[in-house]
Design a protein around this ligand. Structure first.
Ligand SMILES: *Cc1c(COP(=O)(O)O)cnc(C)c1O
Length: 354
């Protein structure tokens, strides 16, 4: 079965086998070597300076990292502007509300791009310590343009908190060009690991001002103990094995730039194949990520029919979220997939629509 959903991904044999390594106690030096290697490789994935940036690991899915970042890195008494144009922006607003963080939400239609000029104007009329935005809004496949916003945040001393859960490892992220204070991501999307290990990469100066609003996901304590080759709780040891192996494979394959090129090719192959069958992408390619694309369901075909027929042929596709579930389906090209797999996918569509 090939997974075309936005994580967990189809694993390479190499990553799958890494799960079968020796049993490991998380209080032994062997575990801390593993933790150190994962943290080092995550910072190196975007060639970041380890004196400025720190990767903080935690056990949980991508949302754990987002929650840890929002709850910790909006300082005590801070004020957060949340940009929402999909499910994941809405999730950040809910996290802020749950923690009682003073915040304001700027909302856009889910098929729309955020109005960056209007957001920057808001930063000049009201006081905010932080802005949170989704990089790749997986709801629609839109890659939100963040560079101008990031620069504007940097110029105003506002910390940008970026949900890069479905872009880290495959899209450009301008860490040093502006106002990014931290990003949150996970092992099991563009990095091709397994679910269970998530992480925040934060500026060390942002970590030094972290608030302590939560217990298990408290980012300041996690960072401090990990820097001291320690851990407060039992981590998902096997997920760390897989993450480290996936990061070695990632580096050997040429890092995020090579992964970007590979996904772009596969996504274009799928787009062109489906277009030839009259299935249109929901967004133009230049507004989409290379990681996932949303497509309009063919006339008279429900998502359930399409999903079940493709699953019988060995492909798991993904539904639209919320109100979009009746209109859209989504195809992600993350994971150990190649051009032959996408050829077979398009042939399956041809057979089904005949
Ligand atoms: C997948 C994803 C998440 C996290 O979802 P989990 O189910 O917790 O892994 C968060 N943000 C975005 C943009 C995502 O694509």
């Amino acid at each position: 079965m090939l997974l075309l959903n936005p994580g967990p991904v189809t694993l390479s044999e190499r990553v799958r086998k890494s799960l079968l390594q020796t049993d490991l106690c998380h209080r032994e030096p062997e575990f801390f070597d593993l933790q150190d290697e994962a943290r080092k490789r995550l910072v190196a994935a975007y060639e970041l300076d380890p004196a400025v940036w720190s990767a903080v690991l935690m056990t949980g899915s991508g949302t754990a990292a987002v929650e840890s970042m929002i709850a910790g890195l909006v300082p005590e008494g801070g004020r957060l502007l949340v940009v929402e144009n999909g499910v994941y922006g809405d999730r950040i607003a809910q996290i802020a509300k749950q923690y009682g963080i003073d915040h304001e939400v700027v909302k856009y239609e889910w098929m729309q791009a955020p109005d960056i000029d209007a957001i920057i104007a808001l930063l000049d009329t009201k006081e905010f310590t932080n802005v949170a935005i989704i990089h790749h809004e997986t709801t629609t496949g839109r890659l939100n343009a963040i560079d101008q916003l990031s620069r504007a945040c940097g110029e105003r001393g506002v910390g940008l908190l970026l949900d890069a859960v479905s872009s880290f490892g495959a899209e450009a992220i301008d860490f040093d060009g502006g106002g990014i204070a931290a990003i949150a991501a996970t092992a099991n999307k563009c990095l091709h690991g397994v679910p269970g290990a998530a992480f925040v990469i934060a500026r060390r100066d942002a970590l030094a001002q972290a608030a302590s609003r939560n217990y298990y996901l408290g980012i300041a304590r996690l960072a401090k103990l990990q820097d001291a080759r320690n851990t407060p709780f039992t981590p998902s040891v096997h997920a760390y094995y897989a993450l480290v192996e996936a990061l070695r494979e990632f580096e050997e394959e040429g890092g995020w730039r090579a992964r970007h090129r590979r996904y772009a090719k596969l996504a274009e192959q799928v787009r062109a194949g489906l277009a030839s069958l009259g299935i249109e992408s929901a967004l133009p390619p230049e507004e989409s990520s290379v990681v996932l694309r949303a497509y309009r369901l063919p006339q008279g075909v429900t998502y359930e029919t399409l999903h079940d027929a493709l699953k019988a042929k060995g492909f798991v596709i993904y539904a639209g979220q919320g109100g979009l579930s009746k209109e859209l389906f989504r195809i992600s090209t993350m994971g150990a997939l190649d051009a032959n797999d996408m050829d077979r996918l398009i042939s399956s569509f041809v057979e089904l629509l005949r």
